[in-house]
Design a protein around this ligand. Structure first.
Ligand SMILES: Nc1nc2c(ncn2[C@@H]2O[C@H](COP(=O)(O)OP(=O)(O)OP(=O)(O)O)[C@@H](O)[C@H]2O)c(=O)[nH]1
Ligand SMILES: [Zn+2]
Length: 201
């Protein structure tokens, strides 16, 4: 049984083109999630896709502590350029620990901890995300194969495990700056993020 229910849809004009915005409700929690769709994404060929975890600070408040806002914009631009693709905007703020805990983690980082150490000190794993809802949103929209824009190999493995084939991983390296260098280097070192494209097959 799917973990999400499709609830509503509308047009969403953006600076890069007009997407269809689809709203989903997560059955277990009542949380809402969104998909931005352009073109016909059902069936083949593989669909250009981004699974974007919510980052209020980066996506909406222009934070330079991370690369999220830059990745979000780049992904929307690439999908619009291709004329076909999907971006899942998933409400997994702070890699699943929520905004308030992420702010506490930032406070620890201000005192010298890295992103992983800060999570652990607060009693969380480095990454608490579960991608089941992402696979179920894609299945609901008829998507079976992805060209996935991510540096995170765990997203690729998760999709494959959940029955969505990733035919290509496209690196999304955007917005490196003096404030997020250490964060990006920690992701590469401790969380296994990769900053080059890899064909999967
Ligand atoms: N706990 C915690 N979460 C953070 C921190 N910085 C950013 N985030 C969250 O991390 C999530 C984005 O994950 P990232 O690890 O940056 O990247 P990713 O989604 O795993 O991989 P990409 O697909 O390559 O972007 C968002 O939900 C952010 O809110 C931090 O220092 N601590
Ligand atoms: Zn961020």
């Amino acid at each position: 049984m799917s973990s999400v229910t499709r609830m509503a849809n509308s047009k969403l004009p953006t600076p890069w083109g007009t997407f269809t915005l689809i709203g989903f409700e997560e059955k277990g929690t009542g949380k809402d999630h969104a998909a931005l769709v352009m073109g016909n994404i059902e069936d083949s060929p593989a669909v250009l896709a981004r699974i974007h975890s919510e980052c209020l600070t980066g996506d909406a408040l222009f934070s330079l502590r991370c690369d999220c806002g830059f990745q979000l914009q780049a992904a929307m631009e690439r999908i619009a350029k291709e004329g076909r693709g999907v971006l899942l905007y998933v409400r997994q703020e702070g890699r699943g620990i929520g905004l308030l805990n992420k702010i506490s983690a930032y406070n620890l980082q201000d005192q010298g901890k890295d992103t992983v150490e800060a999570n652990v000190e607060l009693g969380f794993d480095a990454d608490m995300r579960d991608y089941t809802i992402c696979a179920d949103m894609l299945i609901d929209m008829g998507v079976k194969q992805l060209k996935l824009m991510t540096n995170n190999p765990r997203k690729v493995t998760a999709m494959e495990t959940l029955g969505i084939e990733v035919v290509e991983r496209i690196a999304l390296q955007e917005g490196r700056n003096p404030f997020n260098e250490h964060y990006l280097d920690t992701k590469a070192g401790k969380l296994g993020h990769m900053f080059k494209d890899t064909p999967q097959k």
